[in-house]
Design a protein around this ligand. Structure first.
Ligand SMILES: Cc1cc2nc3c(=O)[nH]c(=O)nc-3n(C[C@H](O)[C@H](O)[C@H](O)COP(=O)(O)OP(=O)(O)OC[C@H]3O[C@@H](n4cnc5c(N)ncnc54)[C@H](O)[C@@H]3O)c2cc1C
Length: 368
């Protein structure tokens, strides 16, 4: 029998689940379609959360590990430590975190259909008919990831620039400072981005993201790390990979009665490749605004999202500089410079820091 709902959310990732929860708890009849058989299965992310997410969401402690600083290595493996008083990152057991978000959404009344891939939709008088699922919806929120099929069907913008990411989970790594995100600048390993070793929840996550082909780079990274940490008893227990949009927000990302969210909308920092915070933050804002619109005649919900959506203008500019300029030689030089240290500090520790006058004052003072 055909189901009519208020809101159909495509994709049960960070953006989709937070949107669904916020809408359902406010009384919208909400259906989430997820193509995987299980939420959190084959997840493609390292899952590091910035402090802002830890403050805004009540994430169970047993799913996370606090990490208080970043150790930034140059190609020569010389390093600097970056910390900011009171700041921390959360490493997460990401599949469990996603299941937790799914439980919150279903407890709020959202209906989660798993193994239910979106295959198409057509506009009807008051919304959309979603093909293959006997479902029509008054509003469509597309949170179906970096290569959004919904975006293409609705003739919305598409991500065109990507980094390719790959990660392994290891057990048995020793000699790694567990209170640091270990971040490696080395264009031979990770062209245009970084490699990392993260002391995670019960495992060590080692990965890299790069422009262009990734084959062979993970082995090269593990060889490099074997000179820094004790990997003699390390064993790979999981592998993952995926695309990271790095071209900034897609345009257009909204149309009548539908909008893109999260990676589908290109809402990923082009510089740090962090996408979980914008996915969750704007997912929730969208859920609230769609509920206000459909239940109480509030304004077009995309307005509330547009008001908060980052443009990443400064980070896109820095991304281009990162792509074009630094050679490995330059990275080692930069690491020794107080100005670069301050810039790195702002990039890692302050969500909107690059736009704050205070941050730039400190960077310029460091340059003197
Ligand atoms: C290797 C790697 C490491 C990363 N590490 C970090 C990190 O540490 N911190 C951080 O902030 N960001 C990180 N990111 C980026 C971050 O993972 C993404 O920005 C974030 O997951 C985006 O969430 P989302 O909900 O928009 O999309 P996704 O998490 O991609 O979720 C999309 C969902 O839609 C589903 N779906 C797709 N197509 C369909 C369809 N046709 N029908 C139904 N369902 C569909 C998918 O199965 C998936 O569940 C990383 C990315 C990669 C690739």
């Amino acid at each position: 029998m055909a189901t009519t709902c208020d809101l159909a959310v495509i994709g049960a990732g960070f953006a989709g689940l937070t949107c669904a929860q916020a809408a359902a708890v406010r009384g919208l009849n909400t259906v989430v379609l997820e193509r995987k058989p299980e939420v959190g299965a084959a997840c493609h992310t390292t899952g590091i959360l910035v402090r802002e997410v830890a403050d805004a969401w009540d994430i169970p402690r047993n799913l996370t590990r606090r990490i208080h600083g970043v150790r930034l290595y140059g190609p020569s493996l010389a390093w600097i430590d970056l910390c900011s008083s009171g700041y921390f990152f959360l490493a997460t057991d990401t599949p469990k975190l996603m299941r937790h978000l799914a439980e919150l959404a279903t407890a709020s009344g959202a209906k989660l259909r798993l193994g239910a891939g979106y295959v198409g939709c057509e506009r009807i008088a008051d919304g959309f008919r979603v093909a293959g699922h006997n479902l029509s919806a008054r509003y469509l929120a597309a949170a179906d990831g970096a290569r959004s099929r919904v975006a293409s069907d609705l003739k919305l913008g598409a991500n065109r620039k990507f980094l390719v990411g790959a990660e392994v989970e290891l057990v048995g790594v020793r000699g790694l400072d567990e209170d640091r995100l270990h971040v490696f600048l080395d264009s031979r390993l990770a062209r245009g981005y970084i490699a990392w070793a993260v002391p995670g929840v019960g495992v060590t996550q080692v990965g890299l993201a790069t422009r262009g082909p990734i084959a062979g780079r993970m082995d090269a990274l593990l060889d490099r790390l074997a000179g820094l940490f004790d990997l003699s008893r390390a064993r790979v227990v999981a592998r993952r990979g995926g695309l990271i949009p790095c071209g900034g927000p897609v345009l257009p990302w909204r149309t009548d009665r539908a909008m893109l969210l999260g990676d589908a909308a290109g809402m990923v920092s082009p510089l740090t490749a962090g996408g979980i915070h914008p996915a969750m933050q704007l997912g929730r804002v969208a859920g609230v605004a769609i509920a206000n619109h459909l239940l109480d005649g509030g304004p077009d919900p995309s307005r509330a999202v547009a008001a908060l959506a980052p443009t990443f203008a400064c980070k896109r500019w820095l991304r281009t500089a990162f792509d074009l300029l630094p050679t490995n030689f330059l990275f080692d030089q930069l690491l020794a410079s107080a100005t670069f240290r301050r810039l790195a500090q702002v990039i890692f520790f302050h969500h909107r820091g690059l736009f704050s006058l205070e941050a730039w004052r400190e960077i310029l003072l460091a340059a003197r």
